[in-house]
Design a protein around this ligand. Structure first.
Ligand code: ATP
Ligand code: MG
Length: 587
């Protein structure tokens, strides 16, 4: 078991063009715009800068996309091919009457056509709206309706299982283009149409024209439809270079599902705009396969999630070390807090630490992150990227006040307007407006900042546990118990209490080799009291097989809260971890 206390600086620095520190006095977003748009900075098209620009730079024969199929198939797509195919997709969409600013929904797993479809939609001036393929027909129908899509691109199999039954009720949906072998009534053959036409030149979209629409994870409530402009690519270019050091010599792998913004931003745009080769693996999380990909494909930069990291940790460091001969230069995580132990486990097992990065669907790109070496502090979210001004605010009597004191807790706020700032919240205009005050965007996350400027996640504003005079951030309690060797995953929530309003209670899943029972419960409770003090330690510990997760793999505290008070749990839980065959072997 690796034991690590928060606050350690990571020893090994990764090399990358800009790796090491975020400080950059010369930084200007306009330079990124000038680099991508050239002289005419009032035109910026995401599809063109991701593919055609690389061809113009002489990178046409470089591999843009390496697709790995479930059955060990492998296909390379060069920048030239991606440019050509996406131009043809744009032509097909234009022929269907797609108007600039119109939404095209895409329901596909990680198949090669996904990438040409996204770029083609942008080239035609449309809004790319990916949908999570593991959703059932109900959530897909709801999102198709909310997004107002007239055109859907999907696969034959997904259409049959998830859309066909709802189609009669989807009055706005006129065209369905299908990738595959069988074409139901009312569906066009995507590949045949694309092969039969000539590429369309990219539409001259304005940088502020809407480009992609995502739905949030729904961790705290109903998912929101969040819109971003073409201009967001500036943030993907900059963070691709700063956080991952990306250039043409890199092989970059982002494991996010295409339905989430992380996949659009870092599984698609960032590696392409930086001219790297991106890996698209069709299969789902399976640690042995993943280690094999890192090794065989010579991945240099990797972006994944705490859930995936915790799963790999459950399989043990010995398995990871058997793939130790890897080419990884940088590995990073996003989506949930990453405890210090997981950061350092990466160092020990893979030779690079997992650097935590913070952002949300609304910010469109990484805004706060750890840099390799001195620029990191394990257990923290890191420091704001250049061009991002982040502060801590507390609202008293409706007026936001800036908290500059070291370790003062408050809501994370970001100065408007960074390029990937969301430009709208679908159907929720008042809520969109409420996120902004006095030139700041309020993120809804509570954080503190240490003396060196590192931000530390405390919890979501809604998740804070109000225990007497104490405000307890669930993550601090979780991070402490994660250091105990028995704990695989943990969620801490507030349970109503007559005397002190709320008390913290913990739901814990165990690592292989540990048995749930009164003895372990007593040990964990006493460990927490010793480490955190009696006021912050959980009053109850419940052992569970698995924690409830959103479709994007985040622990759902609202479901745990319902469990804690014995209410019905609600139904939007989907993700489950793969069974772990091995013993916990990190001793
Ligand atoms: P919803 O907004 O629908 O409730 P969500 O907030 O989970 O769902 P996302 O936009 O996918 O939807 O997630 C962003 C949130 O995830 C952040 O606001 C933050 O709470 C959490 N998060 C992301 N990265 C980190 C991180 N590195 N550390 C802590 N929390 C993180
Ligand atoms: Mg959110």
């Amino acid at each position: 078991m690796v034991s690590a206390k928060p606050g350690k600086t990571i020893a090994k620095a990764a090399s990358g063009s800009d790796a090491g520190s975020w400080s950059d006095a010369e930084f200007r977003w306009d330079d990124a715009l000038a680099e991508l748009a050239g002289a005419s900075t009032d035109v910026l098209n995401l599809g063109a800068v991701c593919a055609d620009r690389q061809v113009a730079l002489g990178q046409g024969e470089h591999v843009a996309l390496r697709w790995l199929g479930r059955q060990s198939e492998r296909r390379d797509v060069t920048y030239h091919q991606l440019s050509d195919q996406s131009g043809r997709v744009a032509r097909v969409l234009a022929d269907l009457g797609l108007q600039p600013g119109e939404t095209v929904a895409v329901l596909m797993g990680r198949v090669p056509e996904l990438y040409s479809a996204a770029l083609g939609i942008w080239k035609a001036g449309g809004i790319y709206c990916p949908l999570f393929a593991a959703f059932g027909p109900g959530p897909i129908k709801a999102r198709l309706e909310l997004g107002g899509a007239r055109i859907l691109i999907t696969t034959d199999e997904l259409y049959a299982r998830k859309v066909a039954m709802s189609r009669p009720g989807l009055s706005r949906l006129q065209h369905v283009l299908v990738v595959g072998e069988s074409f139901a009534d009312g569906c066009g053959d995507f590949r045949a149409l694309v092969n039969a036409c000539l590429p369309l030149s990219p539409v001259a979209t304005k940088p502020d024209a809407p480009a992609f629409l995502h739905f949030t994870s729904g961790t705290t409530g109903t998912p929101k439809g969040v819109l971003h402009p073409h201009r967001a690519v500036l943030a993907h270019l900059v963070t691709g270079r700063k956080v991952f050091g990306l250039s043409a010599s890199d092989v970059f792998w982002c494991t996010a599902d295409p339905g989430w913004v992380t996949s659009t931003a870092y599984g698609l745009i960032a590696p392409l705009v930086c001219g790297a080769t991106l890996i698209a693996d069709e299969a789902e999380l399976e640690p042995r396969r993943w280690y094999g990909i890192l090794h065989d494909e010579k991945v240099t930069a990797w972006y994944t999630t705490p859930t995936a990291i915790r799963t790999m940790m459950r399989y043990g460091a010995a398995l990871a070390r058997s793939y130790r001969e890897n080419t990884l230069r940088v590995a990073a995580s996003v989506g949930e807090p990453l405890n210090a132990e997981a950061v350092l486990w990466g160092q020990k097992a893979l030779g690079v630490p997992f650097l935590d990065t913070w952002w949300q669907t609304e910010t469109g790109a990484i805004t706060i992150a750890n840099a390799p070496g001195e620029g990191s502090r394990s257990g923290s979210m890191g420091r704001p990227l250049p061009g991002v001004e982040a502060v801590i605010m507390r609202c008293e009597g409706g007026t936001p006040n800036r908290i500059d004191a070291v370790d003062g807790v408050g809501e994370l706020a970001i100065r408007t307007c960074w390029p990937s700032m969301f430009s709208g919240a679908l159907g929720e205009e008042p809520r969109y407006g409420e996120c902004f005050r006095d030139g700041w965007y309020f993120t809804g996350d509570l954080v503190r900042r240490d003396a060196d400027g590192f931000f530390w996640f405390v919890g979501r504003a809604d998740d804070m546990i109000k225990c007497g005079a104490l405000q307890i951030g669930p993550f601090e309690v979780e991070a402490c118990l994660m250091d105990h060797p028995a704990v695989a995953e943990i969620g801490v929530v507030g349970k109503p209490d007559m005397l002190v309003r709320e008390v913290p209670v913990a739901f814990v899943s165990l690592n292989p080799g540990f048995e749930a029972g009164d003895a372990l419960r007593a040990e964990l409770l006493s460990y927490a009291r010793q480490e955190l003090g009696a006021g912050m330690a959980p009053r109850e510990i419940h052992f569970v097989e698995e924690l409830p997760k959103t479709n994007s793999g985040k622990i759902m505290r609202r479901v745990l809260k319902a469990k804690a008070v014995g209410e019905p749990e609600g139904g939007d839980i989907l993700v489950s971890l793969p069974p772990c065959p091995g013993r916990y072997d990190d001793e």
